[in-house]
Design a protein around this ligand. Structure first.
Ligand SMILES: O=C(O)C1=C[C@@H](OP(=O)(O)O)[C@@H](O)[C@H](O)C1
Ligand SMILES: C=C(OP(=O)(O)O)C(=O)O
Length: 422
């Protein structure tokens, strides 16, 4: 095992400009839509990280050409074919976005991933695809491993979809639906977390010329071509969270440049969330600037729309002036790790008192103490530990390599922000 990462302590306020690479979620959608479009597309500044590399590898396995050119990716659709194998790794986007694409291929496509992936919920997607006429033998488990028996076409039509465990189930079906014979009329049953990510899917589809409309029970996609489209990928605003949080912890100032004026990324809500925690947040031509005061106000918030921001916000709550309550995030138990359990363990280890709710966490700060924290193979738990380490001297993180999932050089960027060698 590699050595634990000593999360740097910040004895003085940070003052930094932190540029960030492309959004995981937008890159994933752009790759999928470009792969099943009516011609070649260029993705400018896509994210290159484990999740998006797995997405590209899965699409290549199905016959799509994806070629790097400088910082760009050139995507050239081709007839989709099996037999093929897709490694989903620990990427929810690959787990939920590629089976509907594989259903359009001729031949069998098998799916498997990291050990934890066998526990991440996916029955909603597989049942939805079966409703749409796709042959996926029942293995008695909701997630990987499974096989999609593609015939080259998907009948489509009406399907009942349970996306209550993950919005990616709905996004995955929506992304490929225009290529189904009858499109798709998706009737949602149960709740739906992460609404901004669904809006991201719908917006991206419309940019590719797809007719997608909200109905009184879900979403409908008309059958038709998906237009090829060159697109520049926005910076990843969720990965901006730990860097901006450093301004709150240290009473400093952090700017993330190229912050989009309009975006469907859930990270756009960081401005109101950090403002609620006492920071000054300013959007200028230079980007988004967060300035902290050195003290952090507690947060009481429903994070159901922005679940992936939870680990960093929870770390801030453990350093705040009072009791925080984060709700609407029961589905985080099915993320890279059970994030509610992992956060309880980590925040307790550094001195906070934490109580799990069925759908959230109550966090009361206590006298901080150093600890060795695990990453739980979860990139965002490393981000959370890094935020804690700024305030608590002596935090070390095992398995910090989990950051490769969406930001491989996180530790180098963190050190650069602090003006110290990694
Ligand atoms: O569609 C997407 O790109 C994502 C949707 C969300 O998933 P859940 O709805 O499963 O939380 C989010 O947490 C994940 O990081 C990315
Ligand atoms: C939940 C996340 O990832 P995934 O796409 O694997 O679901 C995340 O990045 O916070």
């Amino acid at each position: 095992m590699t050595e634990a990462w000593p999360a740097p302590h910040a004895p003085s306020p940070v003052d930094a400009v932190v540029p960030l690479p492309g959004s995981k979620s937008i890159t994933a959608r752009a790759l999928v839509l470009a792969a099943i479009a009516d011609g070649p597309s260029r993705l400018v500044r896509p994210l290159r990280a484990r999740d998006t590399d797995l997405m590209a590898a899965g699409l290549r396995a199905l016959g799509v050409a994806i070629d790097p050119e400088d910082d760009d990716l050139l995507v050239s659709p081709a007839p989709l074919r099996g037999p093929a194998h897709v490694d989903v790794g620990l990427a929810g986007t690959v787990l939920r976005f590629l089976p509907p694409v594989a259903a359009l291929a001729t031949g069998e496509v098998t799916f498997d991933g990291d050990a934890r992936m066998r526990e991440r919920p996916n029955a909603g997607l597989l049942n939805g695809l079966r409703d749409l006429g796709v042959d996926i033998p029942d293995t008695g488990r909701g997630s990987v491993p499974f096989t999609v028996r593609g015939t080259g076409r998907v009948p489509g039509g009406h399907a009942v979809v349970d996306a209550s465990d993950s919005s990616q189930v709905l996004s995955g079906l929506l992304l490929a639906a225009a290529r189904f014979d009858a499109g798709a009329d998706l009737e949602l049953t149960g709740g739906l977390p992460s609404m901004p990510h669904v809006e991201m899917t719908v917006t991206t589809l419309r940019e590719h010329g797809v007719d997608v409309t909200a109905t009184d029970r879900g979403w409908r996609v008309s059958p038709g071509p998906i237009r090829a489209l060159d697109r520049t990928i926005e910076p990843d605003l969720s990965n901006a969270a730990p860097f901006l949080a450093a301004a709150l912890v240290t009473g400093g100032r952090v700017t993330v440049p190229d912050w989009p004026a309009v975006t469907t990324q859930p990270g756009a809500q960081l401005d109101r969330l950090f403002a609620a925690m006492g920071a000054a947040v300013e959007r200028t031509a230079a980007g988004l600037t967060v300035t902290g005061t050195g003290s952090i106000a507690p947060l009481v918030a429903d994070l159901g729309e922005v679940g992936e921001l939870t680990p960093v916000l929870a770390a801030l709550c453990a350093l705040a002036d009072g009791r925080s309550e984060l709700t609407g995030i029961g589905h985080l138990r099915g993320h890279e790790t059970d994030r509610l359990q992992a956060l309880e363990e980590v925040l307790t280890a550094v001195g906070a008192r934490v109580r799990q709710l069925p759908d959230g966490l109550v966090i009361e700060p206590g006298p901080p103490r150093p600890a060795v924290l695990d990453s739980y193979a979860d990139h965002r738990m490393v981000h959370a530990a890094a935020v804690l380490g700024l305030a608590i001297d002596g935090v070390r993180v095992t398995g910090a390599g989990a950051v490769t999932k969406t930001l491989p050089d996180f530790r180098e960027r963190w050190a650069a922000m602090l003006g110290s060698p990694s």
